[in-house]
Ligand binder design. Structure first.
Ligand code: BG6
Length: 508
């Protein structure tokens, strides 16, 4: 992680490496991977000796691939494209055709890697799997069979895998078991793009680089925690993907649990990948596993009906292309979870995420306990504003503290106010894709921001009862909500039952 442990640390330049992209002509590579590599090139954070090998499914000329990647870059770059930087990035680009269904085709990749190693003295290889999940295993196996994942003579081999990592507990375990037969855990980089977000990384710094939060970061002072990832996006053209996935699988065991783990983890003894990932894994493993009936009681799943979001009309989910007209797939999920350990016993974590909601808002809100009584005669304790520490991820990155203050005037009247820190007021960051840190970390071999097998499995274990219970319930219990609102009414009831309420889903 750049500048992680020392203030103003000078960034390390990664070892020379060959960056092999499977799925190089796909959306992910065009929209995120190549623009992020470009930004790293511009910041002089690419290795001195660096080659990109684009693996294509059909025979493609390197020149053709370069032209295609260049036009993708012009479309998706987050900054104006400078020719000399693009030349640096694509200076040693080759297109190689390889298909795991045709094991022989990997010979060409092997030969190219050998050539680059002999001619260019580049012996380290990073394999980036920007491909659909069904291809993770066959590609990894083909690489393994060809001896391309074997580290020797100080040369490293790394395998970078995008989400989704499995579709339930069993498939995630299976994928982990399949990969571990081919590579060691330290060679696997499981990407969760949420960990590339500055404010998400900042949760660790906020908690552990400041002495004032830790003493109150526990069940004695915290009433509950709300984690919200609300999107205005609807399912759009992703109908067939979404019908297989749904909001829970798509967002919770990965993105929301990463946020939850960072908030809930114990302080690691060191800021290194082993310690941080162990503590995160422990926190996720301590989520109480619910029975199916508890899971039903402690969750709400919803599906959006037609509605308006701003000036955009959104159609009913079931009328989306590639969506079944009687689909029971959820586009909204809210869960109540608890963590069984001394720090968090009795503190509910309420998680919610949904598509086609009123606003794009991602935040972690820590609600502190209310003052025990009000000595101010004119304000009852229930009317005091709630003390929240809110870590804002979208739309504004920053931290807000809500507290009560006296309204000016002769009487003691109390009102809630906010103290706001916004990243953009203090730091000037060049616009980026959110993938730069992750790609840089893969190249310098720091897996602190990547998920380890135990963490992934602990996450799936916690959501499995919800998946099972919802599958059995089918249409029963599916709550409908109008697009452009803050989700189904039942989600409010989930908190009201506990005498609490959700924060509003509004833009800044
Ligand atoms: C992806 C999901 O992983 O995350 C999408 O597949 C979702 O459905 C996206 O829209 C949200 O990411 P962000 O960074 O916009 O909050």
């Amino acid at each position: 992680m750049m500048n992680a442990d020392t203030v103003n640390a000078r960034a390390r330049i990664p070892d020379s490496c060959c960056f092999v992209i499977f799925g190089v002509t796909g959306d992910l590579a065009h929209r995120l991977v190549i623009p992020a590599l470009y930004n790293l090139a511009e910041a002089n954070l690419l290795p001195e000796k660096f080659c990109v090998i684009g693996v294509t499914r059909t025979e493609t000329q390197s020149k053709t691939l370069k032209t295609e990647l260049m036009s993708g870059l012009e479309k998706f770059a987050t900054r104006p494209v400078k020719q000399d930087v693009a030349d640096k990035l694509f200076g040693c680009l080759t297109a190689i055709h390889a298909d795991p269904n045709d094991p022989q085709s990997f010979d060409a990749l092997k030969a190219e890697l050998k050539r680059v190693s002999e001619d260019g003295d580049i012996t380290n290889h990073l394999f980036y799997l920007a491909v659909p999940p069904g291809a993770f295993k066959p590609i990894s196996e083909a690489l393994g069979k060809n001896g391309l994942l074997k580290e020797s003579k100080g040369a490293w081999r790394r395998l970078v895998i995008e989400k989704p990592f499995g579709t339930d507990l069993q498939s995630a375990r299976q994928l982990n078991a399949d990969l571990i037969r081919l590579v060691n855990e330290h060679q696997i980089y499981r990407i969760d793009h949420y960990l590339g977000k500055e404010t998400v990384q900042n949760i660790l710094v906020l908690r552990f680089a400041n002495g004032m939060f830790e003493p109150i970061w526990n069940r004695n002072h915290i009433d509950h925690i709300q984690i919200t990832v609300a999107e205005t996006l609807d399912v759009g053209r992703r109908g067939s993907f979404y019908e297989e996935t749904g909001a829970l699988r798509d967002m919770v065991p990965n993105h929301l649990f990463q946020l939850m783990a960072l908030v809930a983890m114990e302080p690691p003894s060191r800021f290194d990948a082993h310690s941080v990932r162990s503590e995160k894994g422990e926190a996720l493993a301590a989520i109480q596993l619910q029975s199916e009936s508890e899971a039903l009681r402690n969750s709400v799943r919803g599906q959006y009906l037609a509605g308006r979001i701003g000036d955009r009309q959104v159609g009913y989910y079931r009328q989306t292309k590639d969506v079944s007209p009687d689909s029971t797939i959820e586009t909204y999920a809210a869960l109540k979870l608890t963590i069984d350990n001394w720090r968090w016993a009795g503190v509910p974590f309420y998680l919610r995420t949904g598509k086609a909601l009123a606003a794009k808002r991602t935040e972690v809100a820590i609600r502190f306990k209310q003052a025990p009584f009000s000595m101010f005669r004119t304000t009852e304790v229930e009317r005091l504003s709630q003390n929240y520490l809110v870590i804002g991820i979208e739309p504004t990155e920053g931290v807000t503290l809500q507290f009560n203050t006296k309204v000016p005037g002769p009487q003691v009247t109390i009102d809630g106010v906010e103290m706001k820190f916004k990243y953009k007021d203090y730091f000037r960051a060049s616009p980026n894709t959110g993938y730069e840190t992750l790609l840089y970390d893969c190249m310098i071999g720091d897996n602190i921001l990547f998920q380890r097998a135990d963490g992934v499995e602990a996450g799936w274990a916690a959501v499995q009862p919800f998946l099972d219970a919802w599958k059995k319930a089918g249409a029963k219990g599916l709550a409908m909500y109008q697009a452009g609102t803050d989700g189904p009414e039942e989600a409010h009831e989930l908190l009201e039952r506990d005498g609490r309420r959700w924060r509003a889903i509004i833009g800044d």
